[in-house]
Design a protein around this ligand. Sequence first.
Ligand SMILES: [Fe+2]
Length: 189
Amino acid sequence: MNSNQSTTYTLRDFATDIADAATHYEAGSLDLFRVALAEPAMKILQREDLLEVGIPRPGNNVAESWYLYFDGELSVVLFKVPVDPPVQPHDHGIWETLFVYRGNVEHTVYERLDDGDTPGKAQLGVAQSGVLGPGEFAVVAPPADIHGFRALEDNTYGITVAQGTYKPERYYYNTQNGSYEVRRPRNLR
Ligand SMILES: [Fe+2]
Protein backbone atom coordinates (compact mmCIF):
# COMPACT_ATOMS: atom_id res chain seq x y z
CA MET A 1 0.00 0.00 0.00
CA ASN A 2 1.16 3.50 -0.75
CA SER A 3 2.30 5.00 2.56
CA ASN A 4 0.87 8.38 1.62
CA GLN A 5 -2.59 6.87 1.19
CA SER A 6 -2.41 5.05 4.49
CA THR A 7 -1.62 8.20 6.50
CA THR A 8 -3.97 10.74 4.91
CA TYR A 9 -6.96 11.50 7.08
CA THR A 10 -9.65 11.53 4.44
CA LEU A 11 -12.88 13.48 4.55
CA ARG A 12 -14.69 10.17 4.61
CA ASP A 13 -12.65 9.19 7.68
CA PHE A 14 -13.62 12.49 9.27
CA ALA A 15 -17.31 12.10 8.40
CA THR A 16 -17.32 8.55 9.77
CA ASP A 17 -15.65 9.66 13.00
CA ILE A 18 -18.22 12.43 13.51
CA ALA A 19 -21.13 10.09 12.77
CA ASP A 20 -19.69 7.59 15.26
CA ALA A 21 -19.29 10.36 17.85
CA ALA A 22 -22.91 11.43 17.30
CA THR A 23 -24.17 8.04 18.40
CA HIS A 24 -23.36 9.23 21.95
CA TYR A 25 -25.65 12.21 21.50
CA GLU A 26 -28.36 9.99 20.06
CA ALA A 27 -27.96 7.77 23.12
CA GLY A 28 -28.45 10.81 25.37
CA SER A 29 -24.92 12.00 26.22
CA LEU A 30 -23.87 15.38 24.87
CA ASP A 31 -20.71 15.16 27.02
CA LEU A 32 -19.54 11.94 25.39
CA PHE A 33 -20.34 13.40 21.97
CA ARG A 34 -18.04 16.32 22.73
CA VAL A 35 -15.26 14.09 24.07
CA ALA A 36 -15.39 11.93 20.93
CA LEU A 37 -15.09 15.00 18.68
CA ALA A 38 -11.71 16.11 20.06
CA GLU A 39 -9.58 13.66 18.10
CA PRO A 40 -11.19 14.18 14.66
CA ALA A 41 -11.07 17.94 15.31
CA MET A 42 -7.29 17.78 15.71
CA LYS A 43 -6.81 15.42 12.79
CA ILE A 44 -8.79 17.47 10.27
CA LEU A 45 -6.74 20.51 11.25
CA GLN A 46 -3.66 18.79 9.85
CA ARG A 47 -5.14 18.79 6.35
CA GLU A 48 -3.50 21.72 4.61
CA ASP A 49 -5.52 21.42 1.40
CA LEU A 50 -9.13 21.89 2.46
CA LEU A 51 -9.48 25.32 0.89
CA GLU A 52 -8.79 23.73 -2.49
CA VAL A 53 -10.81 20.51 -2.47
CA GLY A 54 -14.41 21.59 -1.89
CA ILE A 55 -17.39 21.86 -4.21
CA PRO A 56 -19.15 25.28 -4.11
CA ARG A 57 -22.38 25.22 -2.09
CA PRO A 58 -25.19 27.80 -1.96
CA GLY A 59 -24.79 28.94 1.63
CA ASN A 60 -27.65 29.82 3.97
CA ASN A 61 -25.89 32.21 6.30
CA VAL A 62 -22.55 32.89 4.68
CA ALA A 63 -21.40 33.98 1.23
CA GLU A 64 -18.68 31.42 0.68
CA SER A 65 -19.14 27.74 1.45
CA TRP A 66 -18.05 24.44 -0.07
CA TYR A 67 -19.04 20.83 0.37
CA LEU A 68 -16.10 18.74 1.51
CA TYR A 69 -18.21 15.60 1.85
CA PHE A 70 -21.82 14.60 1.34
CA ASP A 71 -23.33 11.14 1.27
CA GLY A 72 -27.03 11.94 1.12
CA GLU A 73 -27.26 11.97 4.90
CA LEU A 74 -24.18 13.51 6.44
CA SER A 75 -22.60 16.72 5.17
CA VAL A 76 -19.23 18.31 5.85
CA VAL A 77 -19.17 21.95 4.80
CA LEU A 78 -16.24 24.37 4.81
CA PHE A 79 -17.14 28.04 4.96
CA LYS A 80 -15.57 31.43 5.35
CA VAL A 81 -16.68 32.97 8.63
CA PRO A 82 -17.69 36.62 8.23
CA VAL A 83 -16.21 39.31 10.45
CA ASP A 84 -19.01 41.76 9.81
CA PRO A 85 -21.92 41.49 9.90
CA PRO A 86 -21.95 38.54 12.29
CA VAL A 87 -24.02 35.44 11.55
CA GLN A 88 -27.32 36.14 13.28
CA PRO A 89 -28.41 33.60 15.91
CA HIS A 90 -30.46 30.88 14.22
CA ASP A 91 -31.77 27.42 15.02
CA HIS A 92 -31.30 24.14 13.15
CA GLY A 93 -33.67 21.44 14.37
CA ILE A 94 -30.85 18.87 14.16
CA TRP A 95 -27.39 18.59 15.67
CA GLU A 96 -24.56 20.49 14.04
CA THR A 97 -20.92 20.66 14.99
CA LEU A 98 -18.75 23.64 14.13
CA PHE A 99 -14.99 23.19 14.00
CA VAL A 100 -12.59 26.07 13.57
CA TYR A 101 -10.13 25.30 10.77
CA ARG A 102 -8.27 28.61 10.48
CA GLY A 103 -8.52 31.86 12.43
CA ASN A 104 -10.65 32.63 15.47
CA VAL A 105 -14.40 32.59 15.94
CA GLU A 106 -16.46 34.27 18.63
CA HIS A 107 -19.24 31.74 19.09
CA THR A 108 -22.34 31.60 21.30
CA VAL A 109 -24.78 28.75 21.78
CA TYR A 110 -28.24 29.68 23.01
CA GLU A 111 -31.32 27.88 24.23
CA ARG A 112 -34.91 29.05 24.31
CA LEU A 113 -36.09 30.01 27.77
CA ASP A 114 -39.69 30.86 26.87
CA ASP A 115 -42.39 28.37 26.08
CA GLY A 116 -42.69 29.44 22.44
CA ASP A 117 -46.35 30.35 22.85
CA THR A 118 -46.04 33.93 21.57
CA PRO A 119 -45.42 34.02 17.81
CA GLY A 120 -42.51 36.27 16.89
CA LYS A 121 -41.25 36.50 20.45
CA ALA A 122 -38.42 34.51 22.00
CA GLN A 123 -36.33 34.71 25.09
CA LEU A 124 -32.86 33.22 24.70
CA GLY A 125 -30.38 32.18 27.35
CA VAL A 126 -26.67 31.69 26.71
CA ALA A 127 -25.75 28.02 27.04
CA GLN A 128 -22.11 28.44 26.08
CA SER A 129 -20.01 31.31 24.78
CA GLY A 130 -16.37 31.88 23.96
CA VAL A 131 -13.64 32.30 21.39
CA LEU A 132 -12.75 29.18 19.44
CA GLY A 133 -9.36 28.83 17.76
CA PRO A 134 -8.06 26.24 15.29
CA GLY A 135 -8.94 22.71 16.38
CA GLU A 136 -11.58 23.90 18.82
CA PHE A 137 -15.25 23.25 18.23
CA ALA A 138 -18.80 23.76 19.40
CA VAL A 139 -21.77 21.43 19.42
CA VAL A 140 -25.14 22.93 18.55
CA ALA A 141 -27.79 20.36 19.31
CA PRO A 142 -31.39 20.31 20.47
CA PRO A 143 -32.51 21.55 22.95
CA ALA A 144 -29.69 24.14 22.62
CA ASP A 145 -29.59 24.21 18.82
CA ILE A 146 -29.29 27.97 18.36
CA HIS A 147 -26.01 29.69 17.65
CA GLY A 148 -24.62 32.98 16.45
CA PHE A 149 -21.00 33.74 15.61
CA ARG A 150 -18.47 35.89 13.82
CA ALA A 151 -14.82 35.79 12.87
CA LEU A 152 -12.37 37.86 14.86
CA GLU A 153 -9.97 38.16 11.94
CA ASP A 154 -9.93 37.86 8.16
CA ASN A 155 -9.38 34.47 6.55
CA THR A 156 -11.19 32.59 9.27
CA TYR A 157 -12.70 29.29 8.15
CA GLY A 158 -15.03 26.90 9.89
CA ILE A 159 -16.24 23.39 9.13
CA THR A 160 -19.75 22.31 9.99
CA VAL A 161 -20.92 18.75 10.08
CA ALA A 162 -24.61 17.91 10.23
CA GLN A 163 -26.69 14.80 9.72
CA GLY A 164 -30.15 14.81 8.18
CA THR A 165 -31.98 17.87 6.95
CA TYR A 166 -32.32 21.23 8.62
CA LYS A 167 -35.74 22.53 9.57
CA PRO A 168 -37.48 23.86 6.44
CA GLU A 169 -38.35 27.00 8.37
CA ARG A 170 -35.51 28.44 10.39
CA TYR A 171 -35.82 30.97 13.16
CA TYR A 172 -33.48 33.93 13.12
CA TYR A 173 -33.35 35.64 16.49
CA ASN A 174 -32.90 39.21 17.53
CA THR A 175 -31.46 38.90 21.01
CA GLN A 176 -31.68 42.65 21.64
CA ASN A 177 -35.45 42.89 21.49
CA GLY A 178 -36.47 39.30 22.19
CA SER A 179 -37.93 38.53 18.78
CA TYR A 180 -37.41 36.19 15.86
CA GLU A 181 -38.32 35.98 12.22
CA VAL A 182 -38.86 32.86 10.14
CA ARG A 183 -36.85 32.26 6.98
CA ARG A 184 -36.77 29.40 4.55
CA PRO A 185 -33.17 28.42 3.84
CA ARG A 186 -31.90 27.99 0.32
CA ASN A 187 -30.35 24.72 1.29
CA LEU A 188 -31.64 22.08 3.69
CA ARG A 189 -28.31 20.21 3.67
FE1 LIG B 1 -25.80 27.24 12.03
